[in-house]
Design a protein around this ligand. Structure first.
Ligand SMILES: Nc1ncnc2c1ncn2[C@@H]1O[C@H](COP(=O)(O)OP(=O)(O)OP(=O)(O)O)[C@@H](O)[C@H]1O
Ligand SMILES: [Mg+2]
Length: 471
């Protein structure tokens, strides 16, 4: 373990000086203070792991200093020093939160025994924290599935960057493409992995709450601030902060965040001390952040600070070869969970899955497979166990977009003639859709906007379908 930082709060010059000299010679980093007030200030600024507090101090009693330190950091380790050998005072100090006490005058050997005790306590706490983390389902790069070369390159690059110490990372990608997973895997693959990974969804809290979550607040900073509260940046010291949906933060918070990135210090709301923090920030969004910058909704300087290293996760439809691989992976997973024994997917289901658009990306695929595994009674997944929009993609999208964007200018029929006869040999909906789109394109002279309007679908959907049918 690295040597501890120690703060000595003691008004008697000789004791202060000799403790400092002795502890420094043992390799500890030592800060000293002559009064409680000064000690508290140093404590806030330097975060020492251990504080020696004298009982009799000029303005404040040692006991009050302990209470104050504990209110700043509940985990502060405090050694109480009392000259009078009074058991009652020592007991009150322990009640107030001191970890150990020592009677003055003391021998340096006693101090060393106490510090050894403290060190082993600290390392036990750290071990417990580590174990707790190991028990949780830890996401690593091993859990991230993908064989397409683009995706493999992204993983390689992410691994490389995870091991550099503080690089800020911006994760972009549609919903369900794996931004959360990457953020966790990067943290767990980094040298920070024994320190906290804290995550906050910037869109889930009102602005003022978000600020106090991130930066913390001093007691009394605002009406509801009854207690001092550390912010997430402080809590994550040494670790990683994952700012999800970064595109949603307001201008004031953007400025503060820029300050953290530039100076690596935070200031609590209502506070004046700059508290140094050693954190990696991973920000994520499914919004087009560049566009938000162009529209002056997002600060340009912050954008460039965040995108020191940018990872754009491709939508699932752009790595269709991974669809069957992921499907098999999720089938295995849900076989285990639901005690089923499904061998995989047949060719027809495979092509249905590969042809679908997957607007919800991997999350949607996982949910579809979960449902299908539950429903399936055969050895392989059948089309019947898939939701309608995958089996009949054209139908679903047409209906959905026609409903959500009613076309007011052109009065177009919303369905094929009801009396249309289905030929005995059956009909291919794919062929019909392809033909329909082809006709519409020809009719409009390949004007995409007009074609999309004619068909009651969005331009994106049209582009996607035209590509799919090679039109
Ligand atoms: N490459 C992958 N391999 C295996 N599972 C994946 C992969 N990517 C995503 N998943 C699965 O998809 C789910 C959704 O991914 P994740 O939550 O990381 O997406 P996201 O990009 O953060 O989405 P959102 O923008 O909605 O927050 C994950 O819980 C995980 O089960
Ligand atoms: Mg997410």
């Amino acid at each position: 373990m690295k040597q501890l930082k120690i703060l000595v709060i003691e008004d008697e010059k000789l004791i202060r000086w000799s403790l400092q000299k002795h502890l420094t010679s043992k390799g500890y980093t030592v800060f000293t203070a002559e009064s409680g007030e000064e000690g508290i200030k140093i404590f806030e600024e330097n975060h020492p792991e251990v504080v020696f507090v004298d009982n009799k101090l000029p303005n404040m009693q040692g006991l009050d200093v302990i209470l104050r330190l504990k209110s700043i950091d509940d985990e502060a380790v405090i050694v109480f020093m009392t000259a009078y050998g009074s058991i009652e005072t020592a007991v009150s100090a322990m009640k107030a939160g001191a970890t150990e006490y020592i009677n003055k005058p003391f021998a340096f050997e006693e101090i060393e025994v106490i510090l050894e005790n403290i060190k082993s306590k600290i390392s036990i706490i750290k071990e417990i924290q580590l174990l707790r983390r190991q028990q949780k389902d830890i996401v690593t790069f091993d859990h991230i599935i993908g064989e397409t070369s683009v995706f493999k390159q992204i993983i390689q690059l992410s691994k490389k960057i995870s091991r550099t110490k503080t690089t800020t990372i911006l994760l972009l990608g549609e919903s369900g493409t794996g931004k959360d997973m990457f953020a966790h895997a990067i943290h767990n693959d980094s040298t920070r992995n024994e320190k906290p990974f804290v995550t906050i969804n910037c869109s889930s809290l009102p602005e003022t709450l978000l600020e106090s979550e991130l930066f913390g607040h001093e007691k009394g900073a605002f009406t509801d601030a009854k207690q001092l509260k550390k912010g997430l940046f402080e809590i994550a010291d040494g670790g990683t902060v994952f700012l999800d949906e970064i595109g949603e933060i307001n201008q004031a918070t953007q400025i503060k965040l820029l300050g953290v990135l530039e100076n690596r210090v935070v200031r609590r709301l209502g506070g004046s001390a700059n508290i140094p923090v050693d954190i990696r920030i991973i920000a994520a969004t499914n919004r087009d952040l560049k566009k938000a910058v162009d529209e002056k909704l997002f600060r340009e300087d912050l954008y460039y600070r965040l995108k020191v290293f940018q990872i754009t996760l491709p939508p699932l439809r752009e790595r269709a070869k991974d669809i069957p691989i992921l499907a098999e992976y999720f089938i295995k997973h849900y076989n285990h969970q639901f005690q089923k024994n499904i061998n995989g997917v047949g060719d027809s289901v495979r092509s249905l899955l590969m042809n679908y658009n997957w607007p919800g990306n991997i999350r949607e695929l996982r949910n579809v497979i979960e449902r299908a595994v539950i429903l399936e009674s055969m050895n392989t997944l059948q089309a019947e166990s898939l939701p309608g929009e995958i089996v009949l993609p054209g139908e679903h999208e047409r209906t959905a977009s026609a409903e959500s964007k009613p076309n007011e200018e052109v009065d177009i029929p919303r369905s094929l003639p009801y009396n249309m006869q289905i030929p005995m040999q059956g009909i291919s909906l794919y062929e019909i859709e392809k033909q329909l789109i082809k006709n519409a394109l020809e009719q409009t002279g390949y004007n995409q906007t007009l074609t999309a309007k004619l068909l009651g679908i969005s331009r994106d959907t049209l582009r996607y379908k035209a590509k799919k049918y090679k039109l």
